[in-house]
Ligand binder design. Structure first.
Ligand code: ZN
Length: 100
């Protein structure tokens, strides 16, 4: 049970994939799912979302929070530099395992 859709954020959010902190009014993917009997939601930035979908099979066991920064961000330099010119991610945090 998994739902995801694109949103324009109203608050600051941290991308679960790369752990950059995004200011309000950027486009992120909001994911909602039931896990361990509870309702959860998190956010993915466009870069992590794209990478995760392209490589979903590699992440069937989930990924560590922040792991997609190392895995995803290095692959698509043109897209990333364009995207960064419009979106300003802030600091990187540390994290824990989440589902993919
Ligand atoms: Zn991200």
């Amino acid at each position: 049970m998994f739902h995801e859709h694109r949103v324009t954020t109203r608050k600051e959010h941290v991308c679960i994939g790369c752990q950059f902190r995004f200011p309000p009014k950027v486009t992120l993917w909001k994911r909602a799912y039931v896990f361990d009997g509870g309702f959860h939601s998190d956010y993915l930035c466009e870069i992590c979302y794209k990478f995760l979908h392209k490589n979903r099979r590699d992440f069937c066991d989930g990924f560590e929070e922040g792991e997609l920064f190392w895995e995803g961000w290095r692959h698509d330099a043109d897209f990333i530099s364009q995207w960064l010119s419009k979106n300003k991610p802030l600091s990187v945090l540390k994290g824990k395992k989440v589902i993919a």
